[in-house]
Write a protein that binds this ligand. Structure first.
Ligand SMILES: NC(=O)c1ccc[n+]([C@@H]2O[C@H](COP(=O)([O-])OP(=O)(O)OC[C@H]3O[C@@H](n4cnc5c(N)ncnc54)[C@H](OP(=O)(O)O)[C@@H]3O)[C@@H](O)[C@H]2O)c1
Length: 360
């Protein structure tokens, strides 16, 4: 079968395509084998090959890359009850038994495409408990966007306290996979969204793509935007757009570069859900690094917590909500498997809106 390995971590050229790798066998009677059809990239995939992924675990030599994939069940062990041949499934990002566990840093030690072999291969074997059905109204390619971005967005809004209520406001930072997934989940939940981006043209494009999720007759300000390259005090602007009040949730993906402003954007008792640190890859002004975060949190009285994807039960709930909500994942561009390095380079250039996918 075809598969990639990460032969070294000095950049994208470390990705090496094998065309005669052995097809993996079922390891136990509850295993399934998935014929992987599509992948989608996450910021993490790039960080791993560039050796700047900050999570404290080793990446094994010759690890198969990529966390997110989707395909068709092609073989089942004799005790499998959850799936049948032909089912459309996506493997869960942290493999291992974690049905209702509150995922934490340790979960990353079972993460696909970094701690253990990922899905950039024609076939992938896992226990039946380690995959989920994709929504019936998703194309297969759309299923590949589920395991990391949507689960992190779901976890940020629903897996912890407080959880999202209709009528609330969600501030989504940037126009990448996690933030746009959160914006879609917020809209089908009857919430307002405020999106930020470094680019007005990205904001215009995203607003158009999100509009189908806004109910007919809803006011124009259900989706609002801020170009943070032009509006430095975007926390003040977020509060202004939210009628002078702090927002209820922030999807915080940029880390030290944005955290203080994210907290200041939030109402007392609201939630700043931290999942990422994209700002770390650019110079961060000294005044932001030196900000007294303890006082920022104290004075805002907001909740601030870290989020690690979500467990399998929440993944299933999220998939169900996306199905009922008629959500279509925002896919920017699709590359051929043989051109996977180009897909990584495209992502590295940061011009994408939503997901970058790969077809096997
Ligand atoms: N904890 C978890 O379980 C988990 C799960 C998934 C992802 N993550 C992390 O979450 C982050 C986002 O991942 P992703 O896959 O969604 O990335 P992505 O699709 O590559 O998107 C990254 C986005 O970050 C935005 N950005 C960069 N610097 C920013 C800044 N200073 N302020 C606001 N936005 C900024 C950019 O938006 P614009 O170009 O529009 O400005 C870009 O679209 C990464 O750090 C990733 O490692 C964590």
């Amino acid at each position: 079968m075809k598969r990639y390995i990460i032969s070294h971590r000095n950049g994208i050229d470390g990705l090496l395509l094998h065309i005669d790798a052995p097809k993996p066998e079922l390891r136990s009677s509850t295993d399934i084998r998935i014929n992987i059809k599509y992948l989608s990239l996450n910021a993490r995939d790039l960080q791993i090959v560039n050796n700047d992924y900050p999570a404290p675990h080793d990446v094994p030599q010759d690890c198969v890359p990529v966390s997110d994939g989707c395909g068709i069940v092609e073989a089942v062990g004799k005790d499998v009850t959850l799936f049948k041949i032909g089912d459309r499934v996506a493997p869960v990002f942290p493999q291992g038994h974690h049905y209702e566990e509150d995922l934490a840093l340790r979960s990353l030690k079972r993460g696909l495409g970094g701690a253990i072999d990922g899905v950039a291969a024609e076939y992938f074997v896992c226990d039946e408990q380690e995959a989920v059905n994709i929504p019936s109204n998703f194309e297969l390619i759309e299923g590949s966007t589920l395991p990391v971005a949507y689960t992190t967005a779901w976890s940020s809004l629903y897996s912890h306290h407080p959880s999202l209520q209709s009528g609330q406001t969600v501030l989504c930072l940037g126009t990448g996979g996690v933030s746009l997934s959160a914006a879609q989940i917020a809209l089908i939940s009857g919430a307002r969204v405020i999106l930020t981006s470094s680019s007005q043209s990205k904001l215009d494009k995203v607003t158009e793509l999100l509009k189908p999720l806004v109910p007919n007759g809803a006011p124009a300000n259900v989706i609002q935007t801020i170009d943070y390259s032009k509006v430095d005090a975007w926390d003040v602007e977020a509060r202004r757009l939210n009628g002078g009040k702090g927002v209820d949730f922030v999807i915080e993906i940029a880390g030290r570069a944005t955290l203080a402003r994210s907290i200041r954007s939030t109402r007392q008792g609201g939630l700043v859900a931290i999942s990422g640190y994209m700002g770390d890859y650019k110079p961060i002004p000294d005044d932001l690094i030196q900000e007294d975060l303890a006082k920022v949190i104290l004075y805002s009285a907001a909740n601030v917590r870290g989020v690690f994807v979500c467990n399998r039960e929440d993944f299933k709930t999220a998939a169900s909500a996306l199905e009922i909500g008629g959500v279509k994942p925002i896919i920017d561009k699709v590359f051929k498997f043989e051109d996977m390095k180009e897909a990584y380079r495209y992502m590295e250039a940061g011009r994408h809106v939503g997901k970058v996918c790969i077809e096997l």
